[in-house]
Design a protein around this ligand. Structure first.
Ligand code: C2O
Ligand code: CU
Ligand code: CU
Length: 537
């Protein structure tokens, strides 16, 4: 850590901040010198228990290869002609190491694209300049609990939190967003989200489209007033129960998004960064999609689908080859109708009103246009093999006979998991797993009088999908989406349609501690459809 950096963090890191940090961060700061005074006279015990992985290595050995400052602050951006839009946004700066770690998206409210490599040691100084508390979560990353952005770690206005972790994940498209208690929906909605790309050697050897031909595309829906300001209605009871969907579709923070392309292959990395909208993506002319990656990186081999379905939090990567299209052609990527044209969320066996959106979940609309601008000279062929996946074996699961089951049920105007809403530190016996165990988890979206789409997300792991089942009574509407699932690779977020149950295989490796699992419909999450699970050594 350089002198200047330390000086910068000293002024901002309060004693409370230090106590929120993991043990290793404190030692790292102390080793840098100068902050010990902040801790003296402190009667509060240091954070508990070193974590499994850290225990083996002395904490002061953490020397970051890249160090960045990330701040959440208020800003104005020009989204429409006329009045600028007030947003909340992440801004980043590289303090040490590779300058290409941060790539700004000029003119967008989205945070910068962060690029890291597998095995890289990363330190992030997150400063909260919002008028309320917040914390950053690295969605999909496998990190120690104190680097995971749990709401209990949220920091107040003006405070700084320091993250330290080594990138353990495979190459892939991950993302970062706030995770404060009860306020994730509004904070993401107002602009706080960004893409985090991990690269590794295996991926580099495959020869995929790179540079300007490798394009992250974040799909979000928003509602604007006539003054161009964001309207968030997600605080109303109905929207909290249903999830808020907007009537404008934005890609990378821009409405009516057009992607200029040449007649060659591209890697298009889609993130559904919406609060509660699910997309059924397909080309308007019906040509099939070639999928090369999901949440946890590259598949073993590309798969084809007529359409793909992605819920909030999920990622899907396409190999899109525009070869053969005449210059001037425009291809539309649609969200195709599902559950029947006008349908929104589902209530029981019937259909019910969506939240008060002009563009309900399940309606058809254009997500983006790809416009062929010129001929490309180079051609690229889709590699036959994309990666090697070391799948878990179901027979190795410690609970394969009796999966750990989580019921998603609406009760008393609230969504609950096994009858319980979120409690900051609360963990039931069914929510304790053993470090090193491979388990089967089953999410069940089949019980109770009301059922909706729930994209369930588990922190700290990438899992495999073992099996899906649907209630016969809801099989018809399921048929409008099921061919769009891509369950072949690693996942950290899984869509459950009304009436569906899903079995997952997941292993709890490296880190003991408290992690979250929750619905990534952010209004559901904020309403309490989230729980902790604890990994015990
Ligand atoms: Cu992207 Cu806990 O979530
Ligand atoms: Cu996450
Ligand atoms: Cu939900």
């Amino acid at each position: 850590m350089s002198k200047e950096v330390l000086a910068a963090s000293q002024t901002r890191v309060s004693r409370r901040d230090l106590l929120r940090l993991g043990g290793s961060s404190i030692v790292a700061l102390l080793a840098g010198g100068g902050v010990s005074g902040l801790l003296s006279g402190c009667a509060i015990p240091l954070p508990p228990a070193p974590l499994a992985k850290d225990a083996a290595t002395p904490a002061f050995s953490f020397i970051p290869e890249v160090e960045i400052a990330l701040k959440a602050a208020l800003r104005e951006v020009q989204i429409f002609p006329g009045k600028a839009t007030r947003v909340w946004t992440y801004q980043g700066e590289v303090l040490k190491g590779d300058a290409s770690t941060i790539q700004d998206l000029p003119g967008s409210y989205l945070g910068p694209i962060l690029r890291v490599r597998k095995g890289q040691k990363v330190r992030v100084h997150f400063t909260n300049e919002l008028p309320e508390s917040s914390i950053v979560h690295w969605h999909g990353l496998h990190v120690p609990q104190e680097a995971d952005g749990h709401p209990r770690l949220a920091i107040g206005s003006g405070e700084t939190y320091i993250y330290e972790f080594e990138v353990a994940n495979r190459a892939g498209t991950y993302w970062y967003h706030p995770h404060p208690h009860g306020r994730t929906g509004p904070q993401v909605y107002h602009g706080l989200a960004g893409v985090l790309l991990v690269s590794d050697e295996e991926e580099a050897a495959v020869g995929l489209p790179a540079g300007e031909h490798d394009i992250p595309l974040v799909i979000q829906d928003r509602s604007f007033g006539t003054d161009n300001q964001l309207h968030y209605l997600g605080n109303g009871m109905m929207d909290r129960m249903m999830g808020f969907v907007g009537d404008r579709i934005l890609v990378n923070g821009q409405p009516d998004f057009t992607l200029p392309v040449t007649t060659r292959a591209y890697r298009l990395r889609f993130l559904n960064g919406s609060n509660s909208r699910t997309y059924k993506l397909g080309w308007h002319d019906g040509s099939p999609l070639t999928i090369i990656a999901t949440d946890g990186g590259l598949l073993e081999k590309a798969v084809q689908r007529d359409y793909v379905v992605i819920g909030p939090g999920e990622r899907i990567e396409l190999w899109a080859d525009f070869h053969g299209h005449p210059v001037g052609t425009e291809l539309r990527l649609q969200s195709l109708p599902f559950f029947g044209a006008e349908a929104g969320a589902m209530m029981g066996q019937g259909r019910m009103m969506d939240s008060f959106s002009a563009l309900p979940n399940g309606a058809e609309f254009t997500v983006l246009r790809a416009r062929i601008d010129r001929e490309a000279t180079e051609t690229l062929t889709l590699p036959e093999r994309l990666s090697t996946i070391h799948f878990h074996q179901p027979e190795d699961a410690v609970n394969r006979e009796k999966p750990r089951t989580f019921d998603i049920v609406m009760q008393r105007m609230s969504w609950l998991l096994n009858g319980r809403a979120f409690e900051m530190e609360g963990v039931t016996r069914n929510e304790v797993v053993k470090l090193g165990d491979l388990e089967v988890w089953e999410f069940v979206n089949q019980r109770g009088p009301m059922s909706m789409i729930h994209p369930m997300h588990v922190h700290n792991v990438q899992f495999q999908v073992l099996e899906r089942q649907i209630l016969p009574a809801l099989a018809d509407q399921w048929e409008t989406v099921r061919a769009g699932y891509v369950d072949e690779g690693w996942k950290d977020t899984i869509l459950l349609m009304p009436g569906e149950r899903v079995k997952l295989l997941m292993k709890f490796e490296d880190y003991a501690g408290l992690y979250l699992y929750h619905c990534h419909n952010l209004e559901h999450e904020d309403l309490g459809l989230m729980r902790n699970y604890r990994v015990e050594a």
